[in-house]
Ligand binder design. Structure first.
Ligand code: NAI
Ligand code: 15L
Length: 275
């Protein structure tokens, strides 16, 4: 990041720390820093442990986000709306929130952000296509669109200010794949940690985009353009394949969710239907 990239950080900020992935990554990231500042809008955010600082804060609150970034070396940004929701909800957390985070990072001198983007940035590619981070985006809803915005914002802040980002288009980071689609999109928690640490510690990243997946036998994403990050997944969804296929033996090929990489996201969402 500066002259040499540290393998251990002074203070890391983890946003979205009360969420599904945030709770899982919290103790893992703590192992790589002196101080882990954890933040979320949810008051359920667990109390600070040794070496932690806890900040309850809404990403939509610009002043609060500026304070949140004070003294931080690098950020793992998981906070925000993580599913298809109303535009108003998505705009506050993922559009305004992202702008507030990047502005605060620029002003406080943060050098690198790991941004939890999503596979839904390209969810309208079909499942018989292999997509690379260099292909055009095809968001499958307002949520995917907001993540595409976040990636473009990251590019702007690198080009203008040299603030580095790794945008991780996370597939499906869960304890186990839940359905046939996730046999292609799954990323284990251990691989998620590996990917986040590669993103934090690779010497030069500029703005890099990488898909977040394990070493699955079926895959729709080609991470060749992100090989410089040095991420090597060590898990595979294959361990779950027989059980998942037995649970879901037949797929309806007329279903847009079966045809497209975004799965059910391609047919979910409120848009602006009249009440
Ligand atoms: P999650 O919904 O469990 O966690 C998101 C956290 O962000 C929640 O704790 C929520 O309270 C917080 N948040 C929402 N709005 C906020 C706001 N305005 N201000 C501050 N905090 C706010 O989602 P999960 O699964 O933990 O995902 C973490 C991140 O990774 C999200 O950004 C999500 O979009 C992204 N992601 C996750 C995937 C997965 O498979 N878990 C796949 C692709 C992307
Ligand atoms: C996402 O972006 C969501 O945040 C997560 O909850 C999963 O649904 C995931 O994508 C997925 O595509 O499986």
């Amino acid at each position: 990041m500066n002259d040499s990239t540290p393998l251990r950080f002074g203070r890391l900020l983890l946003t979205g720390a009360a969420g599904h992935l945030g709770r899982e990554m919290r103790p893992r990231l703590k192992a790589f820093c002196d101080t882990l500042r954890v933040s979320d809008v949810a008051a359920s955010l667990a109390p600070a442990g040794p070496g932690e600082e806890r900040v309850v804060c809404d990403l939509a609150d610009r002043a609060a986000v500026l304070s949140l970034l004070e003294g931080v070396d690098a950020v793992v940004h998981l906070g925000g709306v993580s599913t298809e929701q109303t535009w108003e909800a998505i705009r506050g957390a993922n559009i305004d929130g992202a702008v507030h985070l990047y502005e605060a990072a620029r002003r406080t001198g943060v050098r690198r952000i790991v941004f939890a983007s999503s596979n839904h940035v390209t969810g309208f590619y079909r499942q018989d296509e292999v997509v690379s981070p260099r292909d055009p985006v095809r968001p499958d809803g307002f949520y995917g669109l907001s993540k595409a915005f976040g990636e473009n914002l990251a590019q702007l802040y690198f080009d203008r200010f040299g603030l580095e980002t790794v945008s991780v288009r996370i597939g499906s980071a869960f304890a186990a794949p839940k359905d046939r689609r996730m046999l292609a999109t799954w990323m284990s928690f251990d691989d998620t940690e590996r990917l986040f640490m590669a993103a934090l510690t690779a010497p030069v990243v500029g703005h890099s985009v990488i898909y977040g997946l394990s070493d699955n036998r079926t895959a729709w994403w080609d991470n060749t353009p992100a090989r410089h990050l040095g991420y090597r997944p060590q898990d595979s969804s294959d361990a779950f394949r027989a059980e998942v296929e037995a649970r879901q033996p037949v797929l309806d090929r007329e279903d847009p969710a079966v045809l497209h990489q975004g799965g059910a996201f391609v047919r979910t969402g409120p848009f602006f239907e009249e009440a």
